[in-house]
Design a binder for this molecule. Sequence first.
Ligand SMILES: [Zn+2]
Length: 200
Amino acid sequence: MNTSPRDEGVVKYHAVHRNDPAPTHPLLNKLDQARTQLFDLGLVGVYLDGVGYGNVSVRHEAGCIISGTSTGATRILGATGYCYVSNFDIVANIVCTEGPIQASSEAMTHCAIYQANSAINCVLHIHNPQLWRKLLDRNGPSTSKEVTYGTPQMAQEVAVIVQGLANPCGLLAMAGHEDGIAAFGPTIDLALNQIQAVLT
Ligand SMILES: [Zn+2]
């Protein structure tokens, strides 16, 4: 049971999971290295109450390859820390996954971004209170205060933000998900650059 006031880490979609070997993907190693960089910056990790935060993905076929649930305490995940999201349905609130671990609770949000903008190939979800506040104060792209993480409403709002963007690179703040930010880009490096640019 999740007792955190942050409302983090609990899967809110209906998960249909099949246990399978670890995903293989040419970009998986690079994605995991990017995640380790984020981990070292404290942007992916685990809160003092033990609840993990932050997750990373790359587009794959109809869905993506995403870091698994409850992996925030691990610095280097390796392939067994990831799974395929083979299919998803925002309206029905279903996410279908295959792999050695179940998907992050924010898998639906990642998939909605890929579905809404075909030029986006990487999504990095991080937590940082200062950066989150800065993005909201700047009135940058953000989801509504009333919308909490991992819900179909979150998926719908992020889709509206990224669809039709001329530049498929950016950051969006999740106003209703404390400290939550999504970086996205056409490549892993470009998504990571979005974060590094605002930290310096
Ligand atoms: Zn989050």
